[in-house]
Design a protein around this ligand. Structure first.
Ligand code: FMN
Length: 497
């Protein structure tokens, strides 16, 4: 669907995520339009209407991307784009995976690529379209952009949901890029709302310890493929742009922001640049979260004083609409996080694995299945404990299930079958307390002080039980092939009548 000349693929191969010059959201829009995957709507209000339509369209089978233009109160051309990654096909397309693959095969392709990736450093490009228009100092007015209020219960308007927040570690200068929602406080302030433990939060703590302000730049519109690094937990100290470069096979082109010299994509649509104020907080939220619930109440969060805004002509805000999972967010998260956890488990030597799946309905965090080929007693428990602890699985997990390698972890029916027929609660369940939770946990809430618990369920047959265990009642490959032949003949005969 890229409109590019076809790239020849060896079977089982993946091409780089984005062909050259796919760093530009305008290119993504042109390709999606040409492929009939983009619906353009005019006159839809920023106040709840955009959010409600995004959710409605996102639940349709083909879930088109929606581009809102002529938003009441705003100049034509000031647009909001949603649902870019709302279908498995578009996720695969951005990941450079052939779109016809079964989920587990697609995941395996991505995991293998992710595991081998050599980082390609981002490259400065002097000038870029993002610097076409500038608002500086007292001229800054964030309400010039049609930031959606996604739901009536939200505490404000969110200029950012699918953002890239760029900060620099105060001591070393290492760059971090993370995705976080960004609510407007007033015309010249937005919130810094990054949970404890995230890399940008560590930067803020370090800046505070040095009594410094933390410079920050935030991009509000860019190619959606950048979310596969911005929204994932990539090891502290590694620059997400460089991982993106490795995955796509090309260096990300950036410009340095004029005041703080932070690198932002040169084709970004809108960028704000400013400083996180050391002692200024204000109530942020509530917000309808990825969990399908509102955050409990508004909470005091640090403020960013916006010193400058840069934007392209006719800028586009890239929105990620949250809703009860499975949703766009939890589906693309699920794909990229599952591969990341699978790769981390293999790298830790806990294999062979048939697959790992962080179910979208569990928000891609709270229900994780690991299909393991057991090599020794305790192997399934080892995989469960590791998955609960490795970076990709550590935050806000809840239920982890190990299944044998004859079960497809992406198929919930198969997982429940294994759970129901191979585990005995008295023998196969373990509870871990005091794990890394978060303020957004709808079942625990802030009184839990950021902690939650994990249930590890071993739904594998006991190791070595092979002979005594009941055999799975199924058909051999040749029996199945014969049944298909008969079926096809029957169809052919009926069709020829
Ligand atoms: C659309 C989207 C919105 C997100 N919003 C937030 C947020 O508001 N706060 C937060 O701490 N993490 C948020 N996350 C999760 C972080 O992006 C993720 O944990 C990431 O690993 C953080 O970056 P880091 O690895 O550099 O710490 C969001 C992710 C996505 C994809």
């Amino acid at each position: 669907m890229t409109g590019e000349p076809p790239v020849s693929l060896k079977s089982g191969d993946c091409r780089p995520v984005a062909a050259p010059l796919q760093q530009d959201l305008r290119r993504w829009l042109a390709d999606a339009r040409a492929a009939g995957e983009l619906f353009e709507l005019r006159g839809v209000d920023w106040n709840v209407e955009i959010g409600a339509l995004a959710e409605y369209a996102g639940r349709q089978r083909r879930a088109p991307a929606l581009l809102f233009d002529e938003i009441p109160g705003y100049p034509a051309g000031y647009r909001v784009l949603v649902n870019t990654l709302a279908t498995p096909r578009r996720i695969a397309e951005r990941a450079g995976i052939p779109p016809d693959r079964e989920p587990l095969d697609a995941l395996r392709l991505w995991k293998d690529r992710y595991g081998k990736v050599a980082h390609i450093p981002f490259r400065s490009a002097g000038e870029g379209p993002v610097l076409e228009n500038r608002q500086l100092g007292a001229d800054v007015d964030l309400f010039r952009f049609p930031a959606p209020k996604w739901r009536s219960g939200d505490g404000g308007r969110y200029l950012g949901t699918g953002t890239l927040c760029v900060t620099r570690e105060p001591g070393t200068g290492a760059i971090n890029v993370g995705t976080a929602r960004v609510m407007i406080h007033d015309a010249r302030h937005v919130f810094f709302r990054v949970s404890a433990g995230k890399d940008a939060h560590r930067h803020l703590q370090q800046a505070r310890a040095r009594n410094e302000r933390l410079p920050i730049a935030i991009s509000f519109g860019h190619d959606p493929s950048l979310l596969m690094v911005g929204g994932l937990n990539i090891a502290y100290g590694i620059c997400e742009y460089d991982v993106w470069g490795g995955l796509t096979g090309e260096a990300l082109q950036v410009v340095r922001t004029p005041l703080h010299e932070l690198p932002v994509p040169s084709h970004a649509e809108i960028v704000v640049e400013g400083e996180v104020l050391p002692d200024s907080v204000a109530p942020e939220g509530p917000f309808g979260e990825w969990s399908g619930y509102y955050s409990r109440s508004a909470r005091d969060e640090p403020l960013i004083r916006v010193q400058a805004v840069y934007h392209r002509d006719d800028p586009v805000i890239l929105g990620i609409a949250t809703s009860r999972p499975p949703s766009e967010l939890t589906s693309f998260w699920s794909f990229f996080r599952s591969a990341q956890l699978w790769e981390q488990l293999e790298r830790a030597g806990i294999g062979p694995l048939h697959g790992v799946w962080c179910h979208p309905a569990g928000g891609s965090r709270s229900f994780i299945t690991i299909a393991v080929r057991q090599l020794h007693p305790g192997h399934a428990r080892q995989a469960l404990m590791a998955a609960a602890s490795l970076p990709a699985g550590a935050y806000m997990g809840r239920y982890l299930v190990a299944v044998d390698d004859d079960v497809d972890p992406t198929d919930l029916d198969s997982v429940l079958w294994a759970l129901s027929t191979r585990s005995d609660p008295e023998r196969d369940i373990d509870l871990i307390r005091g794990a890394w939770g978060g303020p957004l946990d709808p079942a625990v809430g802030p009184e839990g002080r950021g902690l939650n618990s994990r249930l590890l369920i071993d739904a594998c047959r006991p190791y070595g039980d092979g002979r005594q265990a009941p055999r799975v009642a199924t058909y051999t490959r040749s029996e199945k092939d014969r049944a298909r032949e008969i079926w096809d003949e029957l169809h052919a005969r009926q069709g020829s009548r």
